[in-house]
Ligand binder design. Structure first.
Ligand code: UD1
Length: 416
């Protein structure tokens, strides 16, 4: 799929943010522990969610869309413990069935997950944690295998606050006797959403959102109806779009506290940001200034908005530095932005952007989901037409992206 963007339109108006991709993906996997029906509201209708639901069905679960963004999930008594490779390889979040199936069945066999090509993304922290909790874990024929040995709550220290490892370990520990304490846990809002969801099913998870999470194992999980939090990365993308296209955009249905690091950086580059209870309004009133960004685990600046920010910084007067601290290979978009006239040098974990140039439309390739979003933003600001190939990667994470941008005044065509 290709997107063709006619640059130069000033974007203006209101846009409503969908449910968070990364929260929906983990809640869909976590539903496997439930013994009764789970209904999830505010689920984004995006390719990654459809794939995660396909995995549920392949394992024996039932999924039914009850409305545009509401899905019902039900798991029968007997289910499979091996997500099929042809589905698991499509997205990294397929690894989240590891913790969910381990909690429910005491056993899981997960194909080494696929997903965005942004670094090696190992699973060592997940496996180390499961081992400490009493699972026998190993890697055989491309599958991660976990099997219950002597399960007992324990203290697990994560060498890095990995989002996926924290989520898998919360899920696994929810069904294990005794108390598990996760130290140096990830603090992302999606972790808090997972804990709230599991607690609604009957789990006992405390401390989510801090780096110390305590889980008391329980035997019974019921069902629930639960609404997914808004997508802070989608929100940030539209906020950056306001800066890039030189007008004003109000981003609605957000949790403002999830966006503090993004708001601070947009103010640094000279944008006017106002926020209310559930909206953020971003306005460009003058020129853009260079700034430095370090990506960090939450509440630091999110790595998922690093590429979109790079597009913005290409336009900001002066020299900006971006230091990528979360993934080792997340600067591939730089080469594509260079095709559009961006002046960027990458050395190791650092990108140096000599800003203040204008971008020119070009043929470019989305190398991953967020790189695709960055190129879309760059295309909106560029002179002439930008053609993004592999644009299906963008649809993996942004619900109704063409319609939403069109409603703000963008001209984007999709060629299948
Ligand atoms: C999740 C998000 C992704 C986001 C990332 C960081 C989902 C579905 N995806 O990915 O959008 O960019 O958090 O905010 O929620 N690591 C290890 N060993 C491990 C696990 C991770 O070394 O066992 C490393 C990774 O290689 C990476 C870093 O830790 O360098 C962060 O990864 P992690 O937080 O686990 O990201 P994901 O859960 O894969």
């Amino acid at each position: 799929m290709k997107l063709v963007i006619k640059g130069g339109n000033r974007l203006w108006g209101r846009v409503r943010v969908s449910g968070a991709k990364n929260a929906a993906l983990v809640l869909i996997a976590a539903s496997a522990v439930a013994r009764e029906e789970v209904i999830l509201d505010n689920v984004p209708r995006i390719a990654d969610v459809e794939t995660q639901l396909e995995i549920v069905r392949a394992l024996g679960g039932k999924t039914v869309w009850l409305g545009q963004n509401t899905v019902s999930l039900a798991w029968p008594g007997q289910i499979e413990v091996t997500p099929p490779y042809h589905l698991a390889k499509k997205l990294r979040a397929s690894n989240l069935f590891l913790g969910a199936l381990a909690a429910r069945q005491g056993r899981a066999e997960i194909p080494l997950p696929g997903g965005c090509n942004i670094g090696s993304r190992p699973m060592d922290l997940h496996l180390k944690g499961l081992h400490i909790l009493g699972f026998e874990v190993g890697l055989e024929h491309g599958f991660i295998k976990a099997r219950a040995r002597e399960l007992q709550g324990a203290r697990v220290y994560l060498d890095f606050p990995s989002v996926g490892a924290t989520e898998n370990l919360i899920m696994a520990a929810s069904g294990i006797p005794g108390t598990t304490v996760l130290e140096n846990a990830a603090k992302e809002p999606e972790i808090v959403d997972l804990a709230s969801f599991l607690n609604a099913l009957g789990a006992r998870v405390r401390g989510a959102g801090t780096d110390l999470i305590k889980i008391e194992g329980v035997k019974e999980f019921g069902g629930t109806r639960f609404s997914v939090i808004p997508d802070r990365i989608e929100a940030g993308t539209y906020m950056i779009a306001a800066g890039i296209t030189g007008e004003a955009i109000t981003v609605e249905n957000v949790i403002v506290t999830h966006l503090q690091s993004v708001i601070a950086k947009l103010q640094d580059v000279g944008l006017e940001v106002q926020s209310g209870e559930d909206f953020v309004a971003v306005k460009r009133t003058g020129g853009l200034r260079a700034t430095d960004i370090k990506t960090l685990p939450y509440p630091g600046f999110p790595t998922d908005l690093q590429s979109p920010m790079m597009s913005l910084l290409c336009l900001a007067r002066g020299t900006s530095l971006i230091v990528e601290n979360v993934f080792e290979n997340r600067f591939q978009v730089a080469d594509e932005l260079k095709r559009m006239g961006g002046r960027i040098r990458v050395k190791g974990h650092t990108a140096v952007i000599e800003g203040g140039t204008s971008l020119l439309g070009a043929q470019v390739k989305a190398t991953d989901l967020r790189a695709g979003a960055a190129l879309l933003l760059a295309g909106l600001a560029a002179e002439g037409e930008t053609e993004i190939c592999q644009a299906e990667l963008i649809a993996r994470g942004y619900e109704g992206v063409i319609e939403k941008f069109a409603s703000l005044g963008a001209q984007i065509r999709c060629i299948s």
